[in-house]
Structure formats: structure tokens, C-alpha cells
Design a protein around this ligand. Structure first.
Ligand code: GAL
Length: 666
């Protein structure tokens, strides 16, 4: 449970060790002024807590925990294991990871640990356990935050040893490994376990299944680190304090489906680019994915109050945009909206990254906006937390497929899983259709429509799942380069799995015709991008749209067999949106609000209808029938509501008793 007291969590990463203690009182004053009810402490505090091996300095953290408690601010307490102190690398060089060229990743930044190093794990466990014992029963403690954005790769000897153990468990024997990796190709057969290594720098294209397994292994090895720390903190606070670890948004390195199943609270960091006209769509996609992983409410652990510092050019957020994206996260299921970080640093690599309190101080425009958000959020407390965001469409995504499809040596390096996913999400977002994300083996029965932007790798279980979903009346819309390989990245005969071809009404896939970046392919009614395909339809399939001109003239571009659709190209954005909206309408999917002006998004969460204006101009929205009250302003509206630029409304039916604490808790 993220908010046991029904309040939306609001606050951020607090790094007071960067400041003299005199500043702490001012921090608390400003936190109170901003309505902050949660801070994340200790994320990068290892060197402060353990200045030399085995030493402990908890005094400063004791004082902070007490200070927070005294002022009614809860603490999300982090284990500091994402950034080992320099002494660990100095005394135990084997804890330092190596890149694929064999180069050491030194201390001097952060995350310089080998997930497979037993020494690292031993030190990480020791500091974690001491924290858990010391603060597990502190009244300020609300949540455990394990490590931070697990993301390291290691190709060194520690990883090689652990990789072999992992592979032995997966395959049992070398024959099975050789078979799965297809080592008959290019004389890659391994004859003893010592010949099995991480996919280090090599002369030419590496073995794809070795690469795929190395991704799987890395995700699992990092997860072992997480689980070890999770189990330690749980041992000292059993069943009381929820545990999370924050994901990077749509990060390739972790199988976040598997990870999320091991968390009490699923949390993510989201940093849309304020300059991106589709930043709101990106934010929605990250939220939808995280909600899918959580199976309900989730936590936005980090966002930026203003500019970040990791893009080439780092733009501030125009007035109102930060507030809009914060409420958008809540609309999409977040029960907490937090920031990196509370007070902007004066030193270090992130001194130009904004904070809730920026260098401009409390007079600064950013802090004023933070204060406004902090004032408004409580109006949603009691009604919103714990409730579900509604969606009739599931978008399928799987990390294993991403890992397999994202390698060199394939038909087109321009086809990137994450881009295709984003294009489809964008199309549905622009069609004003809320979506969930789901794993291809999840039970899909609750959805009227399932969209598969691209699942290059599909297991037999996933294929059977799709077939039975369609047989039970579901609508499936499937994108190109799907169902191509099995779980070992072994090609399925016929250019696409036979079950899928039958489902979609494809007789034969003859050739793929990938497109150059600047090229498009003409189809009847729209233009395709990125990819096209030479295929013949089954007799009982319907050709929805054909290619026009060129080598593929007259061949099917989009076809369907009953409620299963296949798109053999990526239609330009508007056309993709129209196609998906058409399939959705046929499947009985209705948008939350019938008519919405451009740029306005509508999302239903529990009893609340959120309206979010992503446009730079005010917009008038015609409301569904009945009278509504805006929880944020208290105003009552009947026919329509005006949203200011980047404006938000959180409407509940007025006069029916709903919306005043009558939340639909799940
Ligand atoms: C996150 C990280 C934070 C901070 C932030 C800056 O990836 O967890 O510690 O670096 O990015 O945007």
C-alpha cells in the first residue's frame, strides 16, 4: 500500500549530506510550505554512512529521521548500494565492473559495482542490514527504496563465473547450450564451461542467443542483488514497510515484468523532454507501462521540477507544464508524485539539474509551482489513491523480445522496438484511447482489444495466448516483424509462426522490404514507413489496404481475418491512429469523453474524470451528461469546462454522493 493514510505521496530525493546542517531547518520550513509529506533519504550516502570498511556513522541520519518525524514527513529510506565508496574499489578491485572491451569502470561517478561480485554483495548486505536494524522501527519510515535504477553491465571475470552458473541452471549441460545457441554456425561450439564467456568484444557479429542470454542473465543477476537487500529489510520489518526499487523509464536492461512481481510498490523515474511536443504522450506511456507492471497504483519516484542536465540542450518547463505532467501521472494511476531532487545541488555532476528548490530559492518560479501542486494534491486524497485507471485496450510488450530484436545483423537497424512501441502508443493516445500495458502471456480476457506493436520473439505460451484470446472474440491488431523467432531466437519456419499466420490470415511471407529512413511506401489511403512486406493473403482474409506502385503494387499492406488484424508496415502517425481507432471502435471501445479538442486528454480513474490540456492554448471541453465538480477548484460545471493552457480538471459527478470519499478501492 503506497498511501496507508489516503494521502498522495508528495516529495522527493533529499540529499542533506550535501549541505551544512544549518540548512536542514530551512529545508523543513520550505517542505512544510510546499506540502511535502515524503522524502527519500540515503540514496547515495554509502561513503557518509561507512567512511571506511566496517565503520558506521549514523548520527546525522538519526537526526534527520527524527527531524522528519517531528514535522510529520515520512521517509522513503534507501539502501545506499548504488554508489559504493572509493575504498571498496581500491581494496577490492574485483568489485569494479568491466565493459565489453575489458576496461575497468572506475569509481568517480556512480554505479561502479559488479552485480556478480560476492565481495560487493557482502558489503552491500552488511550496510543494508545495519540500516534495517537501526531504522526498521523508526516512526518516520514509510517505505524501503532498494539501490537506485539498477542498470550496470559487467563483462568481467566475476560476471563470467556467474554467467556460467546461470547457464548451467538454464541448460543443464553444454550440449543443450550448444543447441540453443546454434553454435554449429561459424565454428562456435564450446567444449568446456571455461570457454563460455560474456559476449565480449569480438571481430564481427556476435552469437545472437549468447547476447540474448547475457541480457537475461544480467537482469537476473541485478535482481539477485535487489532480492538479497529486499529480504534483509523485510526480515527486520516483516509485512509492515513496503519495498520498492525505482526503474528507469522503459529501460532495456531489466525484465521489469519479472522484477515488478518482486516489489511491494512499483516505482519509476520519468523525465519527458519539455521541448518534445509529445512529452505528454511519453509521460503517459511510462505511466501506463508502470501501472501494468504494478497491476494497479504505482509511484512516480522521480521527475524533474525544471530542466535536467543529461540532454544536449536542457530546457526548462514552461509555467504549468510540470503541474500538468504531475497530475497526468496521478490520472494514470500514480499514488505518489515525487522529484529528483528536493534542493538543487551546488556542486557535483548534477548542479545544473533542477530541484524542487532551485538555485533561485523560494522566490523562484519553480518552487512557486511546486507549492501550488502541494496545495492542490490533498484535494484528491481519499478519493483517488488506491483506485484503478480504466482502459479497454492492452498494448503488449516484452523485454526478451526487445533484447532479441535489438541486435546487429537483422533486416533493418532502423527498426527499433522502443520506437515502434512509442509510435503505437502515440497513435492510441492521439485517438484519445486509454491503454494498459500487458505481458504477452498475461490473461487478456478483460480487454476488448489487444495491440501488438512488435513482438519479434514470441514463446509458444504467448502464441497460444493470442490464439485463444482471438478465438474467444477478442480483437487483435498486430504489427510487422512479430512472431519471427522462438525463445532461443531460432527462426520459426514460414517467415512468421504458422499459428499467427493462420490467425491473421497470412498465407505466405515471401520477403521483407525494409525502408530507408527517408523513404515511404504508398498504400491506398496512406503512406507506410520503416518496413513493407511481400506477402500473400489466405483465402478467407480481407485485404484492408494494399500497396500501391513499386515492387509490392497490389499486395496486401493491411489485412484481417475476422477480428485479427495485421499491419505489414508502419503507417504514418495519423493513419496509424485512424486504423487503430477503427479497430477499437469495432471492438466496442469507447473513449472516456466522446468529443475532445486537439491536445486534450481524458482519463478515468475510479470515480474521477481527469481532463488534461497538453496544448498551449485554453480549450473548452464538452462534458458527458450530468453535473460535475472539479476536486481541484470546487467549481461545479454542467455542460462544459474550460481548461487553461496546460490546465487540469479532476471531475467527479456532483450531487450523487460519489467523489467525496466514496472511492472505488481495489
Ligand atoms: C535519475 C537518478 C537520479 C538523478 C536523476 C537526474 O536517473 O536516479 O539520481 O541522477 O536521474 O535526472
Amino acid at each position: 500500500m503506497i498511501t496507508p493514510d489516503g494521502r498522495i505521496l508528495f516529495g522527493g530525493d533529499y540529499n542533506p549530506e550535501q549541505w551544512p546542517e544549518e540548512v536542514w531547518a530551512d529545508d523543513v520550513r520550505l517542505m512544510k510550505a510546499a506540502g511535502v509529506n515524503s522524502v527519500t533519504l540515503g540514496v547515495f550516502s554509502w561513503a557518509k554512512l561507512e567512511p571506511r570498511p566496517g565503520a558506521r556513522d549514523f548520527g546525522w541520519l538519526d537526526r534527520l529521521m527524527d527531524l522528519m518525524h517531528e514535522h510529520g514527513i515520512g521517509v522513503v529510506l534507501a539502501t545506499p548500494t548504488a554508489s559504493p565508496p572509493p575504498w571498496l574499489g581500491r581494496l577490492h578491485p574485483e568489485t569494479l565492473p568491466r565493459d565489453e572491451h575489458g576496461q575497468i569502470v572506475w569509481w568517480g561517478a556512480r554505479q561502479q559495482f559488479s552485480h556478480s561480485s560476492l565481495v560487493y554483495r557482502r558489503y552491500a548486505a552488511a550496510i543494508t542490514e545495519d540500516l534495517a536494524v537501526r531504522y526498521g522501527h523508526h516512526p518516520a519510515l514509510r517505505m524501503w527504496h532498494i539501490n537506485n535504477e539498477y542498470c550496470t553491465f559487467d563483462y568481467g571475470d566475476e560476471a563470467a563465473r556467474a554467467f556460467r552458473v546461470w547457464l548451467r541452471e538454464r541448460y543443464g549441460c553444454l550440449d543443450a547450450l550448444n543447441e540453443a545457441w546454434g553454435t554449429a554456425f561459424w565454428s562456435q561450439r564450446v567444449d568446456c564451461w571455461d570457454e563460455v564467456i560474456p559476449p565480449r568484444r569480438a571481430q564481427y557479429l556476435k552469437n545472437p542467443t549468447q547476447l540474448l542470454d547475457f541480457r537475461r542473465f544480467t537482469s537476473d543477476a541485478l535482481m539477485e542483488c535487489y532480492l538479497a537487500e529486499r529480504d534483509l529489510v523485510r526480515r527486520h520489518t516483516p509485512g509492515v514497510i513496503p519495498v520498492t526499487t525505482n526503474f528507469m523509464p522503459l529501460w532495456i536492461g531489466q525484465d521489469a515484468w519479472a522484477w515488478s512481481a518482486q516489489e511491494d510498490v512499483v516505482s519509476v523515474d520519468s523525465y519527458p523532454d519539455p521541448r518534445d511536443p509529445l512529452g505528454g504522450q511519453y509521460n503517459a506511456m511510462i505511466a501506463d507501462l508502470t501501472r501494468g507492471q504494478a497491476g494497479g497504483p504505482w509511484l512516480l519516484m522521480e521527475q524533474a521540477a525544471g530542466p535536467v542536465n543529461f540532454r544536449g540542450v536542457n530546457h526548462p518547463k514552461p509555467p504549468g507544464l510540470g503541474r500538468l505532467w504531475t497530475f497526468q501521472a496521478v490520472a494514470h494511476g500514480a499514488d505518489g508524485v515525487c522529484y529528483f531532487q528536493w534542493r538543487q545541488s551546488r556542486q557535483g555532476a548534477e548542479k545544473f539539474h533542477s530541484g524542487m528548490v532551485g538555485h533561485a530559492g523560494e522566490e523562484g518560479r519553480t518552487f512557486q509551482e511546486i507549492k501550488r501542486i502541494g496545495r492542490e494534491l490533498p484535494a484528491l486524497g481519499g478519493t483517488v489513491p488506491g483506485t484503478h485507471t480504466s482502459a479497454d485496450i492492452a498494448v503488449l510488450h516484452d523485454w526478451h523480445s526487445w533484447w532479441a530484436s535489438g541486435q546487429d545483423g537483422r533486416p533493418s537497424s532502423l527498426v527499433r522496438h522502443e520506437d515502434v512501441l512509442r509510435s503505437w502508443h502515440r497513435a492510441l493516445w492521439e485517438a484519445k484511447l486509454p491503454v494498459d500495458f500487458a505481458h504477452p502471456e498475461h490473461d487478456l480476457a478483460a480487454y476488448r482489444m489487444v495491440a501488438v506493436p512488435q513482438l519479434y520473439l514470441l514463446t509458444d505460451a504467448a502464441l497460444d495466448n493470442l490464439v485463444s484470446y482471438v478465438r474467444s472474440g477478442g480483437t487483435l491488431v498486430c504489427g510487422f516483424f512479430t512472431g519471427i523467432v522462438d525463445g532461443d531466437d531460432r527462426i520459426r519456419p514460414g517467415g512468421m509462426d504458422a499459428r499467427l499466420r493462420e490467425l491473421l490470415g497470412i498465407r505466405t511471407v515471401h520477403e521483407w522490404w525494409p525502408l530507408e529512413a527517408e523513404d515511404t511506401v504508398d498504400c491506398v489511403r496512406f503512406r507506410g514507413t520503416l518496413w513493407s512486406e511481400e506477402l500473400t493473403a489466405a483465402e478467407d482474409a480481407t485485404v484492408v489496404t494494399a500497396y500501391r506502385g513499386g515492387e509490392l503494387d497490389g499486395l496486401p499492406a493491411v489485412l484481417r481475418r475476422g477480428s485479427a488484424w495485421y499491419l505489414s508496415t508502419l503507417p504514418e502517425p495519423e493513419a496509424l491512429s485512424a486504423l487503430l481507432a477503427g479497430a477499437a471502435a469495432e471492438a466496442g471501445v469507447r473513449p472516456p469523453v466522446a468529443e475532445l479538442p486537439a491536445g486534450v486528454e481524458a482519463v478515468r480513474r475510479g470515480t474521477v474524470l481527469f481532463l488534461l490540456n497538453h496544448g498551449r492554448r485554453p480549450a473548452d471541453v464538452t462534458l458527458p451528461t450530468g453535473t460535475h465538480r472539479d476536486l481541484l477548484t470546487g467549481e461545479v460545471a454542467t455542460d462544459s469546462v474550460r481548461l487553461e493552457r496546460y490546465g487540469v480538471a479532476a471531475l467527479v459527478p456532483h450531487g450523487t454522493g460519489t467523489g467525496s470519499g466514496a472511492a472505488q478501492h481495489v
